[in-house]
Design a protein around this ligand. Sequence first.
Ligand SMILES: [Zn+2]
Length: 82
Amino acid sequence: MRIYRDKNRTGLTQVTCNRCGRQLKVEKGVLKEGCFSADTVFGYFSGKDGTRHRFDLCESCYDALLAEFRVPVEESEERELC
Ligand SMILES: [Zn+2]
């Protein structure tokens, strides 16, 4: 879950892991640790028609989620990091 200074989602002030509730490190509007962010809108053929879900996971909760996967994630090296 992310909290911003204004309604346009600018000026990040807080990021909380939706799974464990830990607050992640944010300095001057910049997230300073690993985080998985999901933002999806469910379409017509889902049971959540038109509903948007957003959530954030700290890196250890992300690892715990992946440990439950039967098929591993696709992994590759990226040269440009944000
Ligand atoms: Zn967590």
